[in-house]
Ligand binder design. Structure first.
Ligand code: UD1
Length: 418
């Protein structure tokens, strides 16, 4: 298994190209199953979660063809309406194929998902949303078995909390339903709005995506489509922390300020400067880092997917920081590994108290999930001596060429192949 070797102490400087958003790409690949016409996606990041999702739609019979900067998914003929445990166990987002298969064929069988070990992560809201549109759903031997009696019917779907995935499931299913669907308490994440933009290009009629109330007019007439996905705001936030933690300056090409307000606010509160450039955002720090209190929340709040990275940053600040996780119930697996590098954290339930000013020292550490792994890399960038990050496959799920991008702006980092 590949490992990363990092020698800390280099100040990062230069430009980093931010890839397409993984969390926008995954539902869009699933959405291709809705239509009998090809969907061309032109900003897919080269990460293993995207590969995995492309394999999943290919296993369903979709034809996947690649050119230099675009991938076309043609789901004209679908051979299989069942997604096996083997294909979904590695990635929870595979549950996103359930709604498109059901909406198009009136039946689907999808294994209950696996994925990052960050809490129980049930799929009850996905199931309730489909049931509200008239689907019959059972769980049989670890499979979600869904069917409709003559198709889905538009309805009001009220989500108990604004789940990103459940909003996407409801929106996709509603495109083929008879009549109008209203999704209330919808997730407002930019990736939800980008899925709506992609579905609209495919022929769907959707209003309000990006707000709490989404309206979908059903019975879509599908058409061939092309869509360029949004840049990855979590990847951008991660490199912003890399600039801040090393006291460097990075231009994040393609990053968008409007999708990152809460992240920029947190950076500024910690003494980091952020300003827009012609190509994206510039992040720089030359003064001291200050501690700050952070609470993760659904968008537009501070993203849970940047919590671990900001913990590494807080460890290097003057003073203490309180970090509260409210989205997932157990998302602090990075804490024991960060502590191996000298990070000073006390955990109480869903709150972490990070005492700043730690002198970090390199060590062997183990990645436990995607964002946890990258927090170890960030801490390694400022740890004295050598840090080895094991179990890199977590990192490869969501960061395109992380080691190469960091090396290009001055990090002492190399990938050690098994
Ligand atoms: C998406 C992102 C993930 C991010 C998360 C929160 C993708 C592919 N992944 O995940 O990177 O961390 O949003 O921003 O886009 N929940 C239920 N029942 C459900 C669904 C969710 O209880 O049916 C709970 C989850 O356990 C969690 C919370 O709701 O506590 C939010 O989850 P959700 O917004 O659904 O996250 P995902 O769509 O899985």
């Amino acid at each position: 298994m590949d490992r990363l070797r990092i020698v800390g102490g280099q100040r990062l400087q230069g430009a980093v190209t931010i890839s397409g958003a993984k969390n926008a790409a995954l539902p869009q690949i699933a959405a291709a199953l809705l239509s009998p016409y090809p969907l061309e996606l032109t900003n897919l990041p080269q990460v293993s979660d995207v590969e995995n999702m492309l394999n999943v739609v290919a296993l369903h019979g979709a034809e996947v063809s690649r050119a230099a900067h675009s991938t076309t998914i043609d789901a004209r003929a679908i051979l299989s309406k069942e997604t096996s445990y083997d294909t979904v166990r590695r990635m929870r987002a595979t549950v996103l194929v359930l709604a498109p298969l059901l909406a198009r064929f009136g039946e689907a069988r999808v294994s209950l998902p696996g994925g990052c070990a960050i809490g129980a992560r049930p799929v009850d809201m996905h199931i309730k949303a489909l049931a509200a549109l008239g689907a019959e759903i059972d769980i049989e031997n670890g499979l979600i078995v869904a069917s409709t009696n003559g198709g889905l019917t538009g309805a009001r779907v009220v989500l108990p909390s604004p789940s990103v995935g459940a909003t996407e499931t409801a929106m996709m299913a509603a495109t083929t339903a008879k009549g109008e669907t209203e999704i209330l308490n919808a997730a407002r994440e930019p990736e939800v709005a980008d899925l709506a933009a992609c579905l609209t290009a495919m022929g769907a009629r959707i209003e309000g995506a990006g707000t709490h109330r989404i309206l979908v007019e059903g019975s879509t007439t599908w058409q061939p489509a092309k869509h360029h996905g949004i840049p990855d705001r979590i990847e951008a936030g991660t490199y912003a922390v890399a600039a801040a933690i090393t006291g460097g300056m990075l231009e994040l090409t393609n990053a968008r300020l409007e999708n990152m307000a809460s992240v920029v606010q947190a950076l500024e509160a910690m003494g980091v400067s952020v300003w827009p450039s012609d190509r994206g955002l510039v992040v720089s720090r030359d003064g001291p880092l200050k501690g700050a209190d952070l609470t993760t929340e659904p968008y537009p709040g501070f993203p849970t997917d940047l919590q671990a990275q900001f913990m590494a940053l807080a460890a290097c600040a003057e003073g203490a920081s309180l970090i509260r996780e409210t989205v997932f119930e157990s998302r602090f697996m990075h804490v024991p590994e960060l502590m191996r590098l000298g990070v000073n954290v006390s955990l109480q339930g869903t709150t972490a108290l990070v005492r700043g000013g730690a002198k970090l020292k390199g060590a062997q550490v183990m990645a436990t999930d995607l964002r946890a792994s990258v927090s170890l890399v960030l801490a390694g960038l400022v740890s004295e001596g050598e840090t080895i990050v094991n179990r890199l496959y977590h990192l490869d799920r969501g960061y395109e060429q992380l080691d190469r991008k960091l090396k290009l702006c001055g990090a002492d980092i190399e990938r050690l192949s098994a």
